[in-house]
Design a protein around this ligand. Structure first.
Ligand SMILES: *[C@@H]1O[C@H](CO)[C@@H](O)[C@H](O)[C@H]1NC(C)=O
Ligand SMILES: *[C@@H]1O[C@H](CO)[C@@H](O)[C@H](O)[C@H]1NC(C)=O
Ligand SMILES: *[C@@H]1O[C@H](CO)[C@@H](O)[C@H](O)[C@H]1NC(C)=O
Ligand SMILES: *[C@@H]1O[C@H](CO)[C@@H](O)[C@H](O)[C@H]1NC(C)=O
Ligand SMILES: *[C@@H]1O[C@H](CO)[C@@H](O)[C@H](O)[C@H]1NC(C)=O
Ligand SMILES: *[C@@H]1O[C@H](CO)[C@@H](O)[C@H](O)[C@H]1NC(C)=O
Ligand SMILES: *[C@@H]1O[C@H](CO)[C@@H](O)[C@H](O)[C@H]1NC(C)=O
Ligand SMILES: *[C@@H]1O[C@H](CO)[C@@H](O)[C@H](O)[C@H]1NC(C)=O
Ligand SMILES: *[C@@H]1O[C@H](CO)[C@@H](O)[C@H](O)[C@H]1NC(C)=O
Ligand SMILES: *[C@@H]1O[C@H](CO)[C@@H](O)[C@H](O)[C@H]1NC(C)=O
Ligand SMILES: *[C@@H]1O[C@H](CO)[C@@H](O)[C@H](O)[C@H]1NC(C)=O
Length: 668
């Protein structure tokens, strides 16, 4: 493609030289009805049917019926200029088979018929200038108009430019100047116009209503990605003499142009000029304006100047001297932009952890009333911030997080910094800065003496005092004891606790919520077991109940078979469980065979405050096996599980039972 380019340029130059100036030179014989003050024309006015030129200019015609020209089919040139035409009949031109020139300028047309130029394959010049056209029908221009050379649509009211010239696929002069066009579109059903690449097309869009550049223009005009659009530089419409606003919308196009070799192409079309903002007026967009100058004012509520600068990838916020008492909560921020904030000369009291903190590249808070800095804000600024000005505020302390910024990029002078034991880190921070940075920043100690921060040490401030040492020594000893205890207890922590309880009655138990609640509980434990198994039943009655209820410390158990009252059994069981501080599930081989067991087991799982409340006793070997399988495995997960074979079984069981038995309450 790049090889053919020079050739194409030559071709274009050649074509423009060859272009014939007037295509509407009268063809004889003529029919001249010019300047006759006529208001209408009819078929019968044409006496000679062989005329090639019909001149109806300078009359008062406002309408022509469809059959007006049905007898003069050889006409090559039709001149209707300077009339009062307000509309055109769709088939007015259908008799003409070799129309070359059509002139209807200086009329009052507002619309055009959809297929007015159907079959006009010989048409070379079309002049519709000085009308009131506000749109062009989609099918008005079509690819059969392959000889069309000049299209004059200037001085109309068009508002959108669609790529009509590219549809023609030939060399054409398209004059759209002096309309009201402000944007482009593409309603032609064509998205790729690659055929137009070799064409010699000029499009005059001067003196229109364009103001804001939109990168989608390129897509609309050429149906190509804007990055390859430079290749079409010779097709670029002439967009000069529009009141262009040189703002951020121009940034992308201009920066692409600056990188493009075509920037130096010999075409005037690239010399479009800025109209706004005033300081850029008459500067050429692609040549005279620095990329940094393409900025947009974003809206703001504080009357601050908020300016988007795509070249710096920054949004500048200038809120100097605006009487602010706090930083704005949020700021408009285009995707990916960083912030440069100047809040100099306000009454802001704190540097808050604002929404946009992690986007701030520089922050100027000098001359405010700062007393507090949120360390989290500084932490969030960490990656991005490059400069922080906190001069002339009322700061006594700065949080240590300020370390994220080197001292040379941070200004804390002219504050009321305190020389305190918790700020001695600042000396290192200051000292790390390179030599050029003034390091004379000072602080004031409790006695009112001023010190240069970079020389402040803990010793200077008497921070290392005796109580501190005493405390650290005793802490150290305690730590050693704890470590020894921990190591001992770590081997068998649970057993250690159980033994502690057994011997010293010290109960270092984990606090179970159920024991803290004020519910009046009737029982210490509810025993859920398989009553159909005679061995289990016997063990429960003769061993478990006797041991726990008959020996100190006494506990009160609820054994359903013994304690259940009269009434609906399920409710009674559930109620009894609710009123028990512990649910002991005695798992035996056929536990789940009994429907009550399942009921109780499920209820126990769903009870509130059941951490530590539910515990399992594995009755026999079968139960041990069951405990390794589902559903028991999940149920026992994180529950205390005891086995009858356990050493210290009874101590462990008693350890797990509530400390304050319900029995005592009853005995009183
Ligand atoms: C029609 O007549 C006017 C003057 O009467 C003239 O200026 C114009 O060129 C003529 N048009 C054609 C197509 O000859
Ligand atoms: C057409 O007729 C008008 C009026 O008679 C005359 O002024 C004009 O010159 C004529 N145009 C041509 C091209 O003959
Ligand atoms: C057309 O009307 C104007 C103004 O009324 C008049 O001066 C002129 O003579 C008229 N022309 C013809 C051909 O009648
Ligand atoms: C123009 O003429 C056509 C047919 O002769 C007619 O239907 C139409 O209403 C006319 N328009 C005006 C505005 O007079
Ligand atoms: C289009 O018409 C206007 C006046 O009607 C004229 O000034 C302009 O030169 C014409 N454009 C072309 C390309 O002929
Ligand atoms: C540009 O603005 C000036 C002043 O507002 C106005 O006179 C002129 O018509 C405008 N030009 C265009 C092409 O809109
Ligand atoms: C042309 O642009 C001006 C300023 O942008 C606007 O006020 C006016 O409405 C526009 N005119 C049209 C027809 O779009
Ligand atoms: C650019 O044009 C597109 C499509 O017409 C539109 O969606 C978008 O809002 C325009 N952008 C600007 C900044 O006007
Ligand atoms: C943005 O606003 C400032 C101050 O209000 C103004 O001076 C400047 O011209 C505006 N810039 C643009 C591009 O509108
Ligand atoms: C902060 O803003 C003030 C006022 O505009 C200016 O004098 C000062 O230099 C700024 N600070 C920095 C670090 O640029
Ligand atoms: C430093 O200590 C003082 C009291 O001595 C306290 O008010 C201040 O908040 C502390 N500063 C930091 C950053 O912890």
């Amino acid at each position: 493609m790049s090889n053919t380019l020079p050739f194409l340029i030559l071709l274009i130059v050649a074509l423009s030289i060859l272009r014939v100036v007037s295509l509407c030179a009268p063809y004889n014989p003529q029919f001249n009805l010019s300047l006759q003050n006529r208001t209408s024309i009819s078929m019968s006015d044409f006496l000679d049917t062989n005329v090639l030129t019909v001149n109806l200019s300078y009359n008062l015609i406002s309408n022509l019926s469809s059959d007006t020209f049905s007898r003069v089919i050889l006409v090559k040139s039709l001149d209707l200029s300077y009339n009062s035409m307000t509309q055109l009949q769709g088939d007015l031109l259908s008799p003409f088979i070799q129309l070359v020139c059509l002139q209807i300028p200086y009329n009052r047309l507002e619309q055009l018929p959809e297929e007015f130029l159907k079959n006009k394959v010989a048409l070379e010049e079309l002049d519709l200038s000085h009308n009131n056209l506000n749109s062009i029908p989609v099918k008005f221009f079509h690819s059969n108009l392959w000889r069309l050379r000049v299209v004059n649509l200037s001085w109309n009211n068009l508002v959108v430019f669609h790529p009509w010239p590219l549809l023609l696929r030939i060399s054409v002069d398209f004059d759209l100047s002096h309309n009201k066009i402000s944007t482009t579109g593409n309603n032609l059903g064509e998205t790729k116009f690659t055929n137009s690449y070799g064409s010699d097309i000029t499009v005059n869009l001067q003196f229109n209503n364009f103001t804001q550049w939109n990168d989608s223009f390129y897509q609309d005009l050429f149906g190509v990605d804007e990055n390859v659009a430079e290749k079409f530089i010779f097709l670029i419409p002439d967009l000069r003499n529009n009141n262009w606003t040189c703002d951020c919308n121009f940034y992308k196009r201009t920066s692409l142009m600056h990188k493009s070799f075509y920037l130096y192409a010999k075409t005037d079309n690239l010399k479009i000029k800025c109209y706004n903002p005033p300081h850029l007026r008459d500067k050429r967009v692609f040549y005279d304006v620095a990329l940094n100058e393409f900025v947009c004012n974003l809206t703001s509520d504080q009357n601050c100047l908020i300016q988007d600068n795509p070249n710096m990838n920054l949004v500048y916020v200038d809120c100097r001297n605006r009487g602010l008492t706090s930083m704005p909560r949020s700021l408009p921020l285009p995707d990916g932009r960083k912030l440069s904030l100047n809040f100099h000369g306000n009454s802001i009291r704190s540097l808050d952890n604002v929404e946009y903190a992690d986007k701030i590249e520089s922050l100027n808070l000098s001359n405010n009333a700062l007393q507090f800095i949120d360390g989290n804000a500084l932490r969030r600024m960490n990656n991005v911030i490059k400069e922080l000005d906190l001069r002339k505020n009322s700061l006594k302390y700065v949080p240590k997080e300020i370390n994220v910024l080197p001292f040379e990029k941070t200004y804390v002078e002219d504050n009321h910094l305190s020389c305190d034991c918790n700020m001695t880190w600042m000396a290192d921070w200051v000292n790390l800065a390179p030599g050029y940075r003034d390091k004379s920043v000072q602080c004031t100690d409790v006695n009112g003496n001023r010190h240069v921060i970079k020389e402040v040490t803990e010793h200077l401030l008497n921070c290392t005092n005796d109580t501190l040492i005493a405390v650290s020594v005793s802490l150290g000893v305690l730590l050693v004891i704890i470590i020894i205890l921990v190591i001992t207890a770590k081997r068998c922590p649970y057993e250690t606790k159980v033994i502690l309880y057994k011997i010293f009655r010290i109960h270092p138990r984990d606090k179970y919520i159920v024991d803290n609640t004020d519910h009046d509980m009737d029982n210490d434990a509810y025993i859920s077991y398989d009553a159909t198994d005679i061995h289990v039943q016997q063990w429960t009655r003769e061993v478990l109940v006797r041991k726990l209820e008959g020996k100190k410390p006494f506990h009160k158990l609820f054994v359903p078979e013994r304690n259940l009252g009269v009434g609906p059994e399920a409710d009674l069981r559930a109620e009894a469980m609710e009123k028990s501080r512990r649910i002991i599930i005695l798992l035996s081989a056929h536990y789940s065979r009994s429907s009550w067991c399942d009921f109780e087991c499920n209820l126990a799982e769903s009870m509130s405050e059941n951490t530590g409340r539910v515990l399992y006793i594995l009755y026999d070997n079968k139960a041990v096996q069951l405990s390794g399988r589902e559903p028991w495995r999940s149920r026992m997960n994180e529950r205390r599980v005891l086995s009858l074979d356990d050493k210290l079984f009874w101590s462990k069981l008693r350890y797990e039972l509530p400390l304050k038995s319900t029995v005592k309450v009853e005995n009183v």
